[in-house]
Design a protein around this ligand. Structure first.
Ligand code: ADP
Length: 526
């Protein structure tokens, strides 16, 4: 593991790991929270239904108290109940001992002998139930029992459900009372009001039953507002009526759903923060890497510059000393020494100018003095200046100039600096291929100047960086040649200041062509 990877790992562990652990715990607790919220909410719903069931029981007990009112006879009480409650279709009073039935019906019902027979049939299987209810009554508890298996009879309205209870008449004779109710009516009249009261705009409460076995959805008999069987709901048996159920569901979003969506939102926010932190770390690492790289480039630059300065300086010093001591035998040798001193001091000037220019650019203090000129003339002059340099390096540089005049608006000194850098590079990186081509031409409204070498060339990936300050290609050949990595960044800056550009075309081992493009001034178009 490299140092860098280890540092990266450490940063990740310190910053992201706690967030990830927190996110993980959140995801796990999300489910538990939901379960808890759901359980609590269902308990609340159950409590609402429980209170309704109790209310229904209370209402039935009220009837029973009316029935047992000793001020009137039992039959009078039965009649009163039937007159006062339209939902009671029929009440059967069966003498416990004699098993004689008296049947009382509401005025919208008419019965016949058949009715007595059917009632008798129902009682046939009820001995044990009636005995048990009697025992309860003896013990002081009047239990109201749903008549679960009451089969609807034709003489009554079709919607029938029953309850049964034991009761003493005014002469203390034990009777069983069987109430046959119209279920929908009873629910509407007795339960409906109470259901509306506790609905609170918070729940929808409904009563329904399954008419037939295997019926998928219940038939809704009453609802406080529109009840949807497709949404979540809680249900419970209505104690007092067989096969009848109470349903409840929240209006709008349930508490559980609210918790669910809130926890989800929190989780997404958390994941988003993790994501942002990761991006932050990525940017930070990239930044650090760049800073380290620039620091490395700068230190390389310092050693390169020192090296570049030291060589010509020691040459100048050595030749000057030899000349001063008068140890040079012939005039010809003297001339050679002077020329070397001149050449090396020229190199030093070039180098120092480059560095000064660079520092001016960095400080935003580089200024240009533009003037109308002709690119052909400028290139011709520079070519002349370099002739000695070419000979010295055994380079054969061919100049081919455009036939047309190339009017441009340039800082002639800056242009000289740019082209000199390109020519110097072409010579430096020619790799023994001594042929260079210098040319001027017009292309798409630009006056261009190209320098082509057949040297080491530059790979595509390196081409992206050669114009960066301090950058030098990392190859054995480049490292062997002297350089500061400033030349091309200067060229680029100069060209941008002229609204022009510098273009490189190159292939490793096949040479490179650098082209400077200046916008042609109006004179050319006229
Ligand atoms: P240097 O002082 O190193 O020459 P430059 O900024 O002038 O700095 O060039 C940057 C790098 O681009 C050089 O180090 C070299 O690797 C590459 N380069 C520039 N010109 C040429 C060329 N004509 N042929 C091959 N490589 C070149």
């Amino acid at each position: 593991m490299t140092k860098e990877v280890r540092a990266l790992f450490l940063i990740l562990i310190i910053t992201v790991a706690p967030l990830m652990i927190y996110a993980f715990i959140q995801v796990r607790s999300l489910d538990e929270d939901e379960q808890m919220a759901k359980a609590a909410y269902e308990k609340q719903l159950d409590a609402v239904l429980f209170s309704l069931n109790q209310y229904a029981d209370d209402m039935m007990n009220r009837w029973m108290r009316q029935l047992a009112d000793k001020q009137n006879s039992l039959s009078e009480n039965v009649n009163d109940l039937i007159i006062g409650n339209e939902s009671i279709q029929m009440i059967v009073l069966r003498n416990y001992k004699t098993k004689e039935d008296s049947i009382y019906v509401n005025d919208y019902v008419s019965i016949n002998d058949n009715t007595y027979e059917k009632v008798d049939q129902w009682y046939n299987t009820k001995d044990s139930v009636i005995n048990r209810l009697s025992e309860y009554l003896e013990a002081g508890f009047q239990k109201i029992q749903p008549a679960d298996d009451w089969m609807a009879i034709e003489e009554l309205r079709p919607d029938q459900t029953g309850i049964t209870v034991m009761i003493y008449d005014e002469d203390s004779v034990l009777h069983n009372a069987l109430f046959i109710l119209e279920r929908k009516f009873w629910i509407e009249q007795i339960l409906g009001l109470q259901m509306q009261k506790i609905d609170h705009d918070e729940f929808t409460i409904a009563v329904g039953h399954w008419q037939e076995e295997g019926q998928q959805w219940p038939t809704i008999l009453y609802q406080t507002t529109l009840f949807s069987l497709k949404k979540n709901f809680t249900k419970t048996n209505l104690w007092i009526l067989p096969n009848t159920f109470l349903f409840i569901q929240p209006k709008g979003k349930s508490y559980t759903e609210l918790i669910q969506s809130r926890s989800r939102d929190n989780l997404y926010l958390l994941l988003f923060s993790v994501f942002v932190v990761l991006i932050g770390i990525f940017l930070m690492i990239r930044n650090i890497k760049n800073t380290l790289k620039v620091a490395q480039l700068k230190s390389d630059f310092v050693s390169n510059v020192s090296h570049e300065i030291r060589t010509p300086l020691s040459l100048i010093r050595m030749y000057a000393e030899t000349l001063m001591l008068g140890r040079v035998p012939s005039e010809e040798k003297k001339k050679q020494y002077y020329s070397t001193i001149h050449h090396e001091s020229g190199r030093l000037t070039f180098l120092v100018n480059n560095i000064l220019d660079f520092s001016r650019i960095e400080a935003n203090r580089k200024t240009y003095r533009f003037e109308d000129s002709d690119l052909n003339i400028l290139v011709g002059r520079i070519y002349e200046n370099f002739s000695h340099y070419f000979t010295e390096h055994h380079v054969d540089c061919n100049l081919k100039q455009s036939q047309d005049p190339l009017p441009v608006f340039v800082d002639t000194q800056a242009f000289e600096e740019a082209l000199s850098n390109l020519i110097e590079n072409a010579v430096k990186y020619r790799n023994g291929k001594n042929k260079l081509d210098l040319s001027t031409f017009v292309s798409n409204g630009y006056a261009c100047c190209s320098i082509r070498d057949q040297g080491i060339g530059i790979s595509k990936s390196a081409q992206k960086h050669i114009f960066d300050k301090f950058y030098r290609v990392e190859s054995a050949l480049t490292q062997k040649t002297k350089g500061t990595g400033l030349g091309l960044s200067l060229v680029k800056h100069i060209m941008e200041s002229h609204q022009g550009e510098v273009i490189v075309e190159s292939k490793p081992n096949h040479g490179s062509t650098f082209t400077l493009k200046f916008p042609l001034t109006k004179q050319h178009h006229e």
